[in-house]
Design a protein around this ligand. Structure first.
Ligand SMILES: Cc1cc2nc3c(=O)[nH]c(=O)nc-3n(C[C@H](O)[C@H](O)[C@H](O)COP(=O)(O)OP(=O)(O)OC[C@H]3O[C@@H](n4cnc5c(N)ncnc54)[C@H](O)[C@@H]3O)c2cc1C
Length: 371
């Protein structure tokens, strides 16, 4: 049990699905709704709003477990969690009650920041969330978002944009079926193929003002920091899951595959690969545990520990997945194999929620300012 969730029940629900989902580019949406209604997709939502009330640490172990089964599923979990964390932090009481209730009862959400002209530098965001100004009290959302994970499944797109005509930010819960919303999956992504990554066009989408969290006018950088920090923790733990899956596959194969007169594990160069994988898994886990504990105690450095956890997790997962393919060689070289999937999926972790380079800049700035 983690966060009050029976992990064996999740294993049963997921079954042999991940390889097929990877091949077809789709996870059955009924499964996502079921996991959502169990509270698994945003487990930190407090019980009073229908959630599991998990700590960051317990939610992290849940993300690692799911990440070990399927990074696409963990990605959908991450973006639902980002939307829920943003509602928790910026929504008013009624919005928290309404949206968190929906997100823990089977409705699905994605989180949209990136745009064609705003990737690493989100301050270049052009999406606008403006009062309609026609006496209806409505709000108009216009812009274009790119690579939005889980948008093909979503009931709501949590859109970050600029409020009104100024530089302040706002987050709005835009119904995915609202007139003016179009969602188009990016064809043939390298990894996390079943998460769906979509171009989302918002063509003067009219929504009620109460869909704008807290009424808007929050600093854009604060909105990013809250949303991305949750995402970084979730991705970091997902990387722990990738490492655990790769370590298991590599160790089992090294014990059982015989070449040169015995199991390949007895060749020291192969044993070194296993040692490196084990070391990576232990390092990533410990950094994630530290970051989660900082979040659970609201420590002042919680945001930077999330960057560190994501950076360590992603770089070790990308290297570890490549190592696992090396150990399994031809046996791990088919798309359906867990290490082949991990190899493709892990690369994405070095790009998202702040690329490796952006994470390095944040960590360097922190070290220079504090040491
Ligand atoms: C699988 C996947 C899932 C995603 N899911 C989502 C999602 O759900 N929601 C969402 O909003 N977005 C999502 N994204 C978008 C993601 O956040 C961006 O791809 C990421 O922020 C990088 O932006 P970019 O691709 O435009 O690269 P760019 O910003 O163009 O960067 C290109 C390269 O330049 C480097 N670089 C850029 N600026 C600097 C700098 N100042 N200093 C040093 N190096 C720099 C980068 O590190 C990178 O190596 C997803 C992307 C992928 C690949």
């Amino acid at each position: 049990m983690t966060a009050g969730v029976d992990l064996a029940a999740i294993d049963t629900l997921v079954g042999d699905g991940p390889a097929e989902w990877d091949a077809t580019g789709r996870i059955p949406v009924e499964l996502l709704r079921k996991l959502g209604a169990m509270g698994v997709l945003c487990a930190e939502v407090p019980a009073k709003f229908g959630g599991l009330g998990a700590t960051s640490l317990a939610n992290g172990e849940l993300a690692a477990h799911i990440g070990g089964l399927c990074s696409s599923l963990r990605s959908v979990m991450t973006v639902q969690g980002i939307a829920a964390a943003t509602v928790r932090r910026f929504g008013d009481r009624e919005q928290r009650r309404h949206y968190l209730g929906l997100l823990t009862s089977g409705k699905l959400a994605c989180s949209a920041f990136s745009e064609p002209g705003a990737g690493s530098d989100l301050s270049g965001m052009a999406t606008r969330i403006r009062p309609a100004g026609d006496g209806t009290g409505d709000v108009i959302v216009s812009g274009e978002k790119m690579w939005i994970t889980g948008a093909a499944y979503a009931d709501f797109v949590m859109v970050l944009g600029r409020y009104g005509d100024g530089d302040d930010g706002a987050a709005a819960m835009v119904p995915a079926d609202a007139p003016g919303v179009s969602i188009e999956p990016v064809p043939s992504p390298l990894g996390c193929r079943a998460a769906t990554h979509c171009r989302v066009v918002l063509d003067d989408v009219r929504i009620p003002a109460d869909a704008v969290l807290g009424g808007g006018r929050q600093p854009l950088s604060l909105l990013f920091t809250i949303a991305l920090s949750y995402g970084r923790m979730s991705v970091a733990w997902g990387c722990v899951g990738i490492l655990r899956a790769c370590l298991t596959a590599a160790a089992v194969d090294a014990r059982t595959r015989e070449q040169g007169g015995g199991p390949i594990a007895e060749h020291q160069l192969v044993a070194r690969h296993i040692a490196e994988l084990y070391t990576s898994e232990r390092i990533a886990t410990q950094v994630c545990v530290h970051a989660a504990e900082q979040w659970d105690r609201s420590a002042p450095d919680a945001a930077v520990t999330a960057v560190l956890a994501k950076q360590v997790g992603a770089t070790h997962a990308a290297r570890g997945a490549a190592t696992a393919v090396q150990v399994l060689a031809s046996r791990g070289f088919s798309d359906g194999h867990v290490v082949a999937r991990a190899y493709r999926d892990a690369k994405a972790m070095e790009l998202i929620e702040g690329s490796t380079e952006i994470s390095q800049l944040v960590l360097a700035r922190h070290a220079i300012d504090t040491i």
